[in-house]
Design a protein around this ligand. Structure first.
Ligand SMILES: Nc1ncnc2c1ncn2[C@@H]1O[C@H](COP(=O)(O)OP(=O)(O)OP(=O)(O)O)[C@@H](O)[C@H]1O
Length: 289
């Protein structure tokens, strides 16, 4: 994976039939992802939504090269995460992908300032790459945070710390930013400031942005939102509309309001009409219910 130059273009991600199974300490298997097919183009901004335990963080860990899939392929920047060497995975984690973990404190050295945190975040990059990047102060300036450069972290608000955590995450010039609930625990103003930063790196550097959120307003601020349900792609939102997504095996998740009307096991009939396809519940004799 090339880290020879400071990256200024986004990274594409592709999932082909991805299955992730965890084995618990007690020896039980937990199926977290059950066949995810997904294409995220370079430079896209995507929100991952879904109930707790649906598999969002697992997907982020696979994109970030922290996990390898149990089955299927995760292709990041043209490299198959399940096949690359440990060394290449390490280079991917330090140069290709930037991760903003949930909660600013998990991303930052608490007793250092903004500049030291950015320099620390860049420590694993090859010297040539580090030299090609803007200085920490220049980066803070370009992100509109010049005023935070000299302030110790201990004097900053939660929103300011989160913005520094963001600056440190993107400071490697990575082409893919993965952010796990980057706006949780923030005020509305700080949330909007974080969204503005995500849009800024996407616009200025072409960075692909993938974030996990439980906040529908944050998801609607992204051009594309993907809802994960029970380890599969449930639906997609684009331009304010929700769409079902046909899976490899032809399955489509019903939207929540329809799922209530068609409980599991319901017999359904499909009828082609001039306007599309009609879905109708029938009884065991095939008669309309
Ligand atoms: N290390 C692990 N060992 C065992 N099971 C795990 C592990 N990590 C996650 N799981 C399980 O995998 C499933 C998916 O978890 P994941 O954290 O990806 O969901 P999530 O959608 O991110 O949830 P949340 O919104 O609560 O963060 C859950 O059933 C979870 O309990």
């Amino acid at each position: 994976m090339s880290t020879a130059v400071a990256r200024r273009t986004g990274v594409a991600v592709r999932c082909v039939n991805v299955v992730q199974i965890y084995t618990t300490a007690g020896g039980h298997d937990v199926v977290a992802l059950r066949g995810v097919n997904l294409d995220i183009r370079a430079g896209e901004q995507v929100a991952l939504l879904g109930p707790s335990g649906s598999g969002k963080s697992t997907l982020l860990s696979l994109f970030g090269g922290v996990l390898r899939p149990s089955a299927g392929k995760v292709i990041v920047d043209g490299h198959d995460v399940s096949r690359v060497s440990e060394g290449e995975l390490g280079r991917m984690r330090s140069g290709t992908v930037a991760s903003l973990l949930q909660g600013a404190s998990r991303n930052l050295l608490p007793y250092a300032g903004a500049v030291e945190n950015i320099e620390f975040a860049r420590r694993a990059l090859p010297t040539a790459v580090r030299r090609s990047l803007p200085s920490a102060v220049e980066l803070l300036d370009r992100l509109g945070m010049r005023d935070l450069a000299g302030r110790p972290l201990g004097t900053m608000s939660g929103g300011e710390k989160q913005r520094i955590a963001f600056a440190a995450a993107v400071s490697s010039g990575a082409g893919l930013l993965l952010a796990d609930e980057p706006t949780s625990q923030l005020s509305h103003d700080d949330r909007d400031a974080m969204l503005a930063l995500l849009h800024l790196v996407n616009r200025e550097f072409g960075t692909t942005v993938v974030l996990v959120t439980h906040d529908p307003e944050v998801a609607s601020a992204m051009p594309r939102s993907i809802t994960i349900r029970n380890g599969r792609i449930g639906s997609e939102g684009r331009h304010g509309f929700d769409f079902g997504v046909v899976d490899e095996d032809g399955a489509v998740h019903l939207p929540d309001d329809l799922a209530d009307r068609f409980p599991a096991g319901t017999l359904v009939q499909f009828e082609q009409t001039p306007d599309g396809v009609l879905l109708r519940a029938v009884d065991e004799t095939g008669a309309q219910e």
